[in-house]
Design a protein around this ligand. Sequence first.
Ligand SMILES: C[C@H](O)[C@H](O)[C@@H](O)C(=O)CO
Ligand SMILES: [Mn+2]
Length: 415
Amino acid sequence: MTRPEYTAAQDAFAQWGVDTEAAMERLATIPISVHCWQGDDVVGFEGVTAGSGGGIQATGNYPGRARTPDELRADLVFAYANIPGSHRLNLHACYLDSNETPDRDALEYRHFASWVDWAKENGLGLDFNPTFFAHPKAGDNLTLSHPDKGIREFWIRHGQICREIAAQMGRELGSPCVNNIWVPDGYKDNPVDRMAARSRLEASLDVMLDKRFDKAHLLDAVESKLFGLGVEACTVGSHEFYLGYAIRKNTLLCLDMGHFHPTENIADKLSSVALSVDEILLHVSRPMRWDSDHVILLNDDILAMAQELVFGDLLERTHIGLDFFDATISRTAAWVIGTRNMQKALLRALLQPVEMLQAKEAELNFSDRFILTEELKDLPHGAVWEAFCERQSVPSGKTLLNTLNTYQASVADRT
Ligand SMILES: C[C@H](O)[C@H](O)[C@@H](O)C(=O)CO
Ligand SMILES: [Mn+2]
């Protein structure tokens, strides 16, 4: 039954020429790649306790951390049931599901086969990431750019294996698997040979990415970063490095919202990058003073990002992934609320009278553009979101609060 609040909202938006039905239909088709690592504080299932390393760190000791693949999958099933639409799972190589303990250069598809079966059962797509951190051979915060050829070759092999695994995942699921490459490589203090380090990274990537795969199965992405804990002076894979690399090698470019100077506007980068690369991967995140990976809020940064995707007609060639991890709150709540915030931002963007706004700007009528953008903020977006959740059979408001708390209570005794 249609609620009167939705009917009123539909009329309010129609007065601006906006079709709420079309907006909801479009939103339902946008997959979000939910990151596995929010569920267990980036620990993984290798059975070693190396810690996340590489300058990334989950902080907090909230009860309920998933300790096994089965626990993580149960938590994910719960999370997806409370997120409207059909989505993807973004898996890291350190999340293998096996009784064996292969090193990173000995991983095989079969170590991840259970994830693929589970993804099939749950109608999910899979994305993948080689894990270049939390390993003795990454102890110097140098991997693909390490001066030691043996260490570079170890990580190249890991990267090659991960591409094979990702391609097979894509093949099995009939949906291209985005395999994202992020390396922590960098220097705490000012290096004196940046050129050598970057040349080594480039050469390693070239070898790793040499084999061609069908794009229907595998999409390679490279992720840049400004700095991390312990690599404050120089990150080898900087934004300029990877922007150039992605253009030259025709890979996706991954823009992580926490990987730039805190005053930079990441939404502003989308249109610039999209003119030179075919497809973009986003790691939607929330940095606070540094790459702190806070759970995303429905804030101006996220709204601006969603607006650029919609206004710039970039949804078809942008893969929306999430990258946050908070261990001070319920991890399943973090997944659900964070993912829904991304969707709410997209819905708000889809509910804008884009052509009207763009026409005002083209006429240089900045006063009208200003008046409109501010007045439109008062439209009843919430009623459309409620209707969307209802149609997708997921709860909202107090029911969602209770659902999240009940599940959290059921996992709180994990030690
Ligand atoms: C776990 C992820 O690979 C990692 O967060 C990476 O994407 C990143 O953003 C590192 O800062
Ligand atoms: Mn990231």
